[in-house]
Design a protein around this ligand. Structure first.
Ligand code: NI
Length: 185
């Protein structure tokens, strides 16, 4: 449902379309200040020089994030040595639970190049806003101590200058991701 909502927000451009992607005059991507899974402070400037492929989600996600990250892992494995020229990033939209340590534990299940980013709620909100990512806490009606996070689930491919190239739904094939990555390496 989150992805469907975001798709409407992102329309009318087609997913995967070439060129700088805008909604009105607002571009995809931009400044952010977050911490990685080691607790180190990072900004968009730290990712310049290599293309970046990012995906926003959360470590407690039941299926969308694990399947997206699994696809990313397959894509990175298929790239072999070439994968070193890319910065794959998983950005949390659940800063209350996704501490750097929680992210570090979670991303171990996937490709070792994937970095996890999180921050304060305000920092995460600002980063999500830059990428036009929708997310919303949804309380579990059966248990007030639990919640889910509804979120849009796109891969965003940015070039080495931090400019938007393409985005893909989380259901994209690894081959299609690799095709787009190879095209800009
Ligand atoms: Ni998810």
């Amino acid at each position: 449902l989150g992805a469907a909502t975001a798709y409407k927000i992102l329309s009318p451009s087609e997913p995967g379309s070439q060129g700088r992607f805008t909604e009105g005059q607002v571009a995809i991507g931009g400044p952010f200040s977050l911490v990685d899974q080691t607790g180190a402070r990072v900004s968009e400037k730290d990712f310049l020089g290599k293309p970046m492929l990012n995906f926003f989600g959360f470590t407690n996600c039941p299926d969308v994030c694990p399947s997206g990250l699994q696809t990313l892992t397959v894509a990175l494995n298929a790239l072999g040595e070439q994968s070193q020229k890319l910065s794959p990033v998983f950005v949390s939209v659940d800063p209350d639970r996704d501490t750097p340590a929680a992210l570090a534990a979670y991303i171990k299940s996937f490709h070792p190049l994937i970095r996890g980013l999180t921050g304060t709620p305000d920092e995460v909100q600002a980063a999500a806003k830059s990428y036009r990512v929708y997310y919303k806490k949804v309380p579990d009606p059966a248990d007030a101590t639990r919640y889910n996070v509804d979120h849009s689930a796109f891969f965003y491919l940015m070039d080495k200058n931090g400019q938007y190239v393409k985005h893909f739904p989380h259901t994209v094939d690894a081959e299609k991701l690799d095709e787009a990555i190879r095209a800009i390496l």
